[in-house]
Design a binder for this molecule. Structure first.
Ligand SMILES: C[S@@+](CC[C@H](N)C(=O)[O-])C[C@H]1O[C@@H](n2cnc3c(N)ncnc32)[C@H](O)[C@@H]1O
Length: 142
């Protein structure tokens, strides 16, 4: 199992026991240090790697589950990140995600466009209006 953009490792406590290998990918050094502390606190074992979602140092078809929570709105190149996820996932693998996505309602999508810049600044580079679901489908992810 691989989590991209693991941040401070908030999800660590939610993972079940018995995972073959847990890989936490996080490009920010300060976040990786917090993850290390959290792993110790929860007595969990994981491999922390310095990697952006756009360049995962993992073999093709090698991962059964990729987890992404509030990351795809932040990555510099979401299409490339999704292609990487599709590349490393094995054929019956799964992507579990909680992400901001573009609203299907035209009115709400227009609101997301209107608030893009203030939200981007407030959320440290988070894009509230990305068509993440459409990008997922275009990259072959269900
Ligand atoms: C809003 S935080 C979410 C953290 C965590 N997933 C959570 O749910 O608590 C976004 C995270 O994405 C990371 N991030 C930014 N650019 C990234 C990239 N290109 N690839 C992977 N992670 C990235 C940030 O360092 C940050 O840890």
């Amino acid at each position: 199992m691989v989590e991209i953009g693991a941040g401070t490792g908030l999800n660590v406590a939610r993972y079940p026991d018995g995972i073959d290998e847990l890989v936490l990918a996080e490009p920010e050094p300060a976040m990786r240090r917090i993850i290390e502390r959290r792993l110790r606190r929860h007595d969990r074992v994981a491999r922390i790697i310095d990697a952006p979602a756009e360049r995962l140092p993992l073999a093709d078809d090698s991962v059964d589950t990729v987890v992404s929570t509030l990351v795809l709105c932040t990555v510099a190149d979401p299409e490339r990140a999704l292609r990487e996820i599709a590349r490393v996932l094995c054929p019956d693998g799964q992507l579990l995600f909680i992400e901001h996505v573009r609203a299907t309602s035209r009115f709400l999508a227009a609101c997301q466009d209107f608030f893009f810049l203030p939200w981007y600044r407030f959320a440290g580079g988070g894009c509230c209006n990305r068509p993440t679901m459409e990008l997922m489908r275009a990259c072959g992810l269900p």
